[in-house]
Structures are given as C-alpha cells and as structure tokens.
Write a protein that binds this ligand. Structure first.
Ligand code: ADP
Length: 435
C-alpha cells in the first residue's frame, strides 16, 4: 500500500480508529489457497472486489478478499470477511451494508458504497458455494424419477386417460418438485396495499431464521415486489439446463420471482387466465428448490387467476394465510378469500392483522392507534384461526425500500417479534410432510 492510500482515508476524515486501522492493515487480504465459494463484482464506482470462502459443515471457516479500490474499500472488505468467518452460512448471508458500517464505526459518507460492494460480494460468494454444492448433490443423487417415492397413491404414478406423453411427464415433474416441499403457504389478501408481500417476505425470513429450509416464491405476474423487498432487483435468472436455480439469501432461504422470467410486466397485462396458469405451472415445475420445509408463495391480491392456479397446482399439504388491516377489516373481503379457499380445497391457516398499532420511533413502544381485537373477532366470526397482529413500524418501509429483510435486520423490534410469534403458530398448526 502506498503513502497516498494511507493518507487518503485520513484526508477524508471522520473515520473511526477501527476503519482507519483496516485501511492501513486489512485483515484476510488476498486469495485463499483452498476455497469452495468465490465471487468477483465490480461496483458502480468502478472498484472490483473479489471474495474467496472456505465453507465446511455450513459454516464459513475462512475468507479472503482483494479489491482494486482504495482505503475505505479495503476497510469494508476486511470487516466483511471478519464478520463472516466462523459464522453459519445462513447468518453470514444476512450480513448487510449497515452491519459492516456499524462494525467499522464510521466511513466517510461518500465511501459507504464500499460496504455495500463488500456485502454484495460476500453474498455472491455464498451463492456460488451453494450452487456448487447443489450441482454436486445433484450429480450424486441416483434418480430423478418419481419411481423412488414409496407412496402408492401418488397421482403422478398413473397417466390420466386424456393425457399425452408430454403432459404426463410434465405433471410428474411438477409433482416431483412439490413432493420435496413440507408445506406450501399461500399468502393472500382481499386487496392491495395491506402489506401482503411484506408479510410473505418476513414470514419467510422468520421461518428461515428459526432453522427451517424455506423458499419464497413470487407469482405476481403484473407487479412482482419480492425482488425489491429482498434486494434482488438486479439479479438475473440462473438456469442449469431446464432447471431454474433460485437465488439464495443465507443457507436457509431461497427466493424466486416470476418477475425474473418476464421480459416486461407490461406484456403480461394482456394475458388471460389459461396463459397465466401455463406460466405458473411451468414455473412451479422448473424451479429447483431441492427439499424445503416451507414454500411461502406471494400471490397478487384478490381471488383471481394467480392464486387459483397456485391452489390447483401445488398439491397438499398446503394452506392460506389471509392478510388484512384494522382499517380494512372488511368482512366481505375476508369472507371472499375464505370461500375461495373452501372452493379450491385450501385450508385457511389463519388471519394476520397487519399495521395494527404503531411502533414509536423514539421509545420503541407500541401505540394502539386503532381499536384492537378486530382481527381476532373477525377470525372468530369466520371460524378460522387468528395468527397475530403486526404493528406499523416505519423501519419496515425503509427496509422494504432498501431490500433488507426487516425481520432479520431488526430482530429485537416488536414487529419482528410478532412475525416470530406468527411463525410459531404456523409451525405448530401446519401438518408437514416428512422430508
Ligand atoms: P401489498 O403486497 O399488500 O400490496 P406491500 O407489502 O407492498 O403490500 O406493502 C405496502 C406498503 O406498506 C409498503 O410500502 C410496505 O413497506 C408498507 N408496510 C407493510 N406492512 C407494514 C407495517 N407493518 N408497518 C409499516 N409499513 C408497512
């Protein structure tokens, strides 16, 4: 490192001693000799960062990095590797820009992007590790055929009388995929804007944090919001042959959005029901989730083609979570959703009341803005379980806008704890397949 680099971070000023120290003397600098996860990313600032990870038993045992950037970039890369080493993969996958900045103490404002580049490169290296280990597992697994399933009454065993060869094989492929999933959870709402996607994303993150293997699937053809909520807007679809590989956020959470498939949401506006059904079926059949405990599915609001297609295609065991708000305790809406579920044979797991009360930004306490208990009495009236209430927290909006799973970032907040309590009720109540 030359003297101009050394002086630069001091000239920029306002850096903490730990950041300045790492600028001069970055930890874990340089490639690893033995590694099984690697990524190289060039950020918008033009700096290229490279990470190497050595992962064993789902834990990062060592990490190395290089960067073409200057002092703050070295400090950020150094801190990212320090935070990652000795952590389980699923936790390391949640290391965000804010965590790196917090651990560094402070960086000059216009160098904070270095921490984002470090967080993104670390995540990409974790994804690289996971995709390598998945390909290895796939090449080791004996058979892709449904024949190894011991179930005798599986619908995929018999060809239906009006089915062509191709249709039969497609149906088998879909059943094979869905068969590896313990429980499918369709998140629904009567109308838009009640926080359905936010609830879906945070239920998935909370389930993953509790140690479950989780998939989060966005089938909102017209307005997919999961990529933005999970910070995956610039990601591209990765395919191995016919299989679509979901994006991994930590070891336990995989994410896929139908938005990644569509060239333009505007194209989908004119799609009719059967076309949507076809796209959703292909999507469910082609995404390679591997074994999961839960697949959380974010469907568009209402009871239209997308939730209908999902309900008809995913098979059992499955259930619906209905999201509503206290302002919108419209019995008619919830009744419509409940009767939709009855018609398609989808059990209602329960009602979640979102945006009930407010988390005070100053003291963190909860202010009951509306009359409480509405969701509970509505659930009683409908004869379905009440899963819990989530307060309004301005941080939820900020996290959604910056693509960070709130339930992980603010795990100690009242709203994150409400998600955990809801997840506990879901886990306690959902009959899952043994996988
Ligand atoms: P939907 O999927 O029902 O259309 P979204 O999940 O997109 O709704 O949420 C709509 C808006 O409300 C988003 O800006 C989101 O951040 C915000 N939001 C959702 N739940 C909460 C909450 N509990 N507290 C604060 N803001 C919330």
């Amino acid at each position: 490192m030359n003297e101009s680099d050394k002086s630069e971070i001091n000239v920029l000023g306002q850096v903490s001693p730990q950041a300045a120290e790492r600028c001069d003397n970055p930890r874990n600098y340089g490639p690893l000799e033995k590694w099984n996860g690697h990524a190289r990313i060039t950020g918008p600032c033009g700096d290229t960062m490279e990470f190497w990870l050595q992962v064993a038993e789902k834990r990062i045992v060592s990490a190395g990095f290089t960067t073409t950037g200057c002092g703050p970039s070295r400090a950020a890369g150094s801190m990212a590797t320090e935070l990652a080493v000795n952590r389980p993969l699923r936790e390391a996958g949640f290391i965000e820009q804010a965590d790196i900045l917090e651990a560094l103490g402070s960086l000059p404002k216009d160098s904070e992007h270095c921490a984002l580049l470090a967080a993104n490169t670390l995540k990409a290296a974790i994804r690289d590790y996971l995709s390598r280990s998945m390909s290895e597992n796939r090449s080791m697994s004996k058979s892709e055929d449904c024949g190894h399933c011991s179930s005798t009454d599986c619908s995929s065993k018999e060809r239906q009388h009006d089915e062509s060869d191709e249709q039969f094989h497609e149906r088998q492929a879909l059943v094979r995929k869905m068969c590896q999933i313990g429980f499918k959870l369709l998140v629904m709402s009567g109308k838009g804007g009640v926080g359905k996607s936010t609830v879906a994303a945070n239920l998935a993150a909370s389930l993953a944090m509790s140690g479950k293997r989780v998939g989060l699937l966005d089938v909102d053809i017209h307005g997919p919001s999961i990529p933005k909520l999970m910070g995956l807007e610039n990601e591209r679809l990765v395919a191995h042959g016919q299989e679509i590989i979901p994006l991994e956020i930590g070891a336990n959470l995989k994410v896929m959005s139908i938005g990644f498939l569509l060239a333009s949401a505007a194209d989908a506006v004119i799609w009719r029901g059967p076309m949507k059904y076809g796209v959703i079926r292909q999507f469910l059949k082609d995404v390679e989730w591997g074994p999961l405990d839960y697949l959380v599915i974010d469907a568009p609001p209402g009871t239209g083609d997308e939730p209908l297609s999902v309900a008809q295609l995913v098979g059992q065991p499955a259930g619906a979570v209905l999201v509503t708000t206290p302002q919108d305790l419209a019995v008619a809406d919830v009744r419509r959703s409940v009767s939709f579920c009855e018609k398609v044979g989808l059990p209602v797991v329960g009602i979640v009341e979102n945006m009930s009360g407010l988390v005070c930004p100053h003291c963190g306490g909860e202010i009951p803005l509306f009359k409480t208990g509405g969701g509970q009495s509505l659930a009683r009236e409908m004869g379905v379980p009440f899963l819990g209430s989530i307060p309004i927290d301005p941080q939820i909006v900020q996290c959604g806008d910056s693509g960070m799973p709130y339930a992980h970032r603010f795990a100690e907040s009242p709203a994150a704890k409400a998600f955990v309590a809801i997840v506990d009720r879901i886990v306690a109540g959902s009959p899952r397949k043994q996988s």
